[in-house]
Write a protein that binds this ligand. Structure first.
Ligand code: 4NP
Length: 153
């Protein structure tokens, strides 16, 4: 199973989802590959945003080894599931899909949480510290549910 997390910049939301899921996969000893990408080219090669890294570290998650890259068409071949953080990410990813099978791989991350159906992980980039904590709580819950599903698969 190969899972890709996607946001706009690949420096705030998707690297957190990536690092957090990798940590949980490792702890459970599951055979799951995890990666992340951004739909934009803005931050290619950058480490996760300092605010994202500091917030994640408070929760014991190291993201310093991650580097931003841009989503590409080949990701549809390389991954089984593609989780987008918001609807604009879904829109941008679907524009690059070449088949129905490609399209079926794309889901909103928060659709994993029953009471957050159709909700987005809010973009914390232009906001304050509490935005990063909100993102952490949502992504932590979604990845817990995902891990449970993968464990029982
Ligand atoms: P992300 O956050 O999509 O969660 O990585 C953003 C990062 C950078 C920008 C926007 C959102 N930006 O406009 O540069």
């Amino acid at each position: 199973m190969k899972i890709l997390m996607v946001c706009l910049g690949n420096i705030c939301r998707s690297p957190l989802a990536d690092g957090l899921l990798r940590k949980k996969v490792e702890e459970k000893g599951l055979n799951v590959t995890v990666d992340s990408a951004g739909t934009s080219s803005y931050h290619i090669g950058s480490e996760p945003d300092t605010r994202t890294q500091e917030n994640a570290l408070k929760h014991g998650v190291d993201l310093s080894f991650l580097r931003a890259r841009q989503f590409s068409k080949s990701d549809f071949q390389d991954f089984d599931r593609i989780y987008a953080m918001d609807n604009s990410n879904v829109f941008n990813i679907l524009q690059m899909a070449q088949s129905d099978a490609d399209k079926e791989k794309v889901k909103l991350l928060l659709d994993l949480i029953p009471e957050q159906h159709n909700k987005e992980v809010p973009d914390p980039y232009y906001g304050g510290e509490q935005g990063f904590e909100k993102v952490f709580q949502l992504v932590d819950k979604a990845t817990d549910i995902l891990i449970e599903e993968l464990e029982n698969a």
